[in-house]
Design a protein around this ligand. Structure first.
Ligand code: P5A
Length: 436
């Protein structure tokens, strides 16, 4: 993308309405704009980040055996009356009436709808287990939308739903999803810690939240620091075998981690003092096992092997895709701006042309730009160098390829690593080899 032609409206001033770093930086770096309270438009650079997160989430869901579908945002109230949640959900639910006076709602979550899909299609125990997921916009009329996309009213969620024949199967699926989540967050470049959690309006009696530590987080959490060190991508745990998943779950469970609501002072007292960590965190995901809470009232059952009927055991698994954009920034920024992990960065590098119009600078920048196949950002604006440096730091590109007239004549550029701040003078081809 050529910055001179792009829609990346960066701001020099700090927007007054933003209270936390990630919200300020998302506005200043031109990622989002608010269109109504808690509702945001995603601009080109922000959308690239959102899509990168979606892609990683999707790849890990698929690897764990979940199948992608796409359910609508609008749902009929009748399904929610069947489960009993239409009244229970309260004012957070956005209720809508169509021209035929039928009650609809903008989905805050999809347990009812997916159970309805399953009950109409799945008739035999042979067709289970199943895990279905989608990545879709949700609406919750939050009392206090705040912190930008962190607590929005409209937000993007990955939500998966599982159907198993018995408790053992359901727990195995729950563990598989948990492993998929740990791999997902590690690939996204954030350290999310699984913590025992309350279930709230989704229900059930087993739940974990996935928490990214940040002083501005909304939850108070307590955990054993060992959980910060586990590597889930290198681990040998496989999705296929229940024994592997049980070992993985045991490993996680052997270290203390709980949100405030589930904090257990007696168990906390047993944690080695040097390992105790306490602080605030952002909930980037939550998973639930709730048995037959929805399959029972919605009358979803399948024929069993001996002519009996089986009511499937269910769970649901959410990731806050749009919230993650804020959470990643909250965990990875400095005074100058965002520091994107390479896996989610909108552009892998920014090429800074410090003297637009200089033949050598223009030529080397165009050469570099074409090597990225248009995926890099080329700062070809007719602006002074200081402004370009500031914007590149603000936008947080993992690499900056800095092209000035002196070096350009000799085919040399300066390569800057945003995370470390290290700058190195080198031939363009060496810089490209490092970045690509
Ligand atoms: C699990 C999937 C559920 O809704 N039903 C389907 C279950 N869980 S949840 O914890 O309520 O939400 C899942 C994740 O969505 C994010 N989230 C939000 N993000 C931005 N703004 C909001 N207002 C908001 N509410 C929830 C969180 O990351 C949460 O973990």
């Amino acid at each position: 993308m050529r910055l001179s032609q792009s829609f990346v409206p960066t701001l020099k001033e700090t927007p007054a309405e933003a209270q936390i770093a990630s919200h300020r930086l998302m506005l200043r770096a031109g990622l989002i704009r608010q269109t109504a309270s808690g509702i945001y438009a995603w601009l080109p650079a922000g959308l690239l980040v959102l899509r990168n997160i979606e892609r990683i989430v999707r790849e890990e869901q698929d690897a764990a055996g979940a199948q992608e579908i796409l359910m609508p945002t609008l749902q009929t109230a009748d399904l929610w009356r069947e489960s009993g949640r239409y009244d229970a959900y309260g004012p957070e639910m956005l209720r809508i009436r169509d021209r035929h006076e039928r009650d609809l709602l903008y989905g805050p979550t999809n347990e009812e709808m997916v159970t309805d899909l399953a009950r109409n299609a799945i008739k035999s125990y042979r067709e289970l287990p199943q895990v279905l997921y989608h990545i879709q916009w949700k609406f919750r009329d939050e009392m206090r939308p705040r912190f930008g996309v962190m607590r929005g009213r409209e937000f993007l969620m990955k939500d998966a739903y599982s159907f198993d024949l018995d408790y053992e199967g359901a727990v195995n699926t729950y563990r598989r999803m948990m492993l998929a989540y740990m791999r997902t967050f590690q690939r996204l470049g954030v350290r999310a810690i699984p913590m025992l959690a309350d279930t709230g309006p989704i229900g059930g009696d087993l739940s974990h939240e996935f928490i990214v530590l940040a002083p501005t987080g909304e939850s108070q959490v307590f955990y054993d620091a060992t959980l910060e060190q586990l590597d889930y991508l290198q681990s040998d745990f496989s999705y296929g075998t229940p024994a592997d998943l049980a070992a993985f779950h045991e490993l996680i469970n052997s270290y203390y981690a709980a949100t405030e609501e589930k904090h257990d002072l007696a168990r906390w007292a047993e944690v080695d003092a040097a390992q105790k960590r306490e602080g605030r965190g952002i909930e980037v995901g939550q998973i639930f096992y709730f048995g037959r809470k929805y399959s029972d009232p919605l009358k979803f059952s399948v024929a069993g092997p001996d002519g009996d009927t089986i009511v499937p055991e269910m769970g649901s698994y959410g990731i806050g895709v749009s919230r993650l954009v804020g959470a990643i920034i909250e965990a990875s920024h400095d005074a100058a701006g965002i520091i994107w992990p390479a896996s989610v960065a909108p552009y892998p590098a920014c090429i800074l042309n410090l003297r637009v119009g200089d033949a050598a600078c223009d030529a080397i920048c165009e050469e570099a730009y074409s090597r990225f196949g248009g995926r890099a950002l080329l700062d070809d604006r007719d602006e002074r160098a200081g402004g370009k440096f500031a914007d590149a730091d603000l936008m947080g590109h993992p690499w900056q390829i800095i092209v000035g007239p002196r070096g350009a004549a000799a085919g040399r550029v300066e390569l800057k690593n945003r995370a470390t701040g290290a700058r190195e003078d080198m031939a363009l081809r060496d810089a490209l080899a490092r970045v690509l």
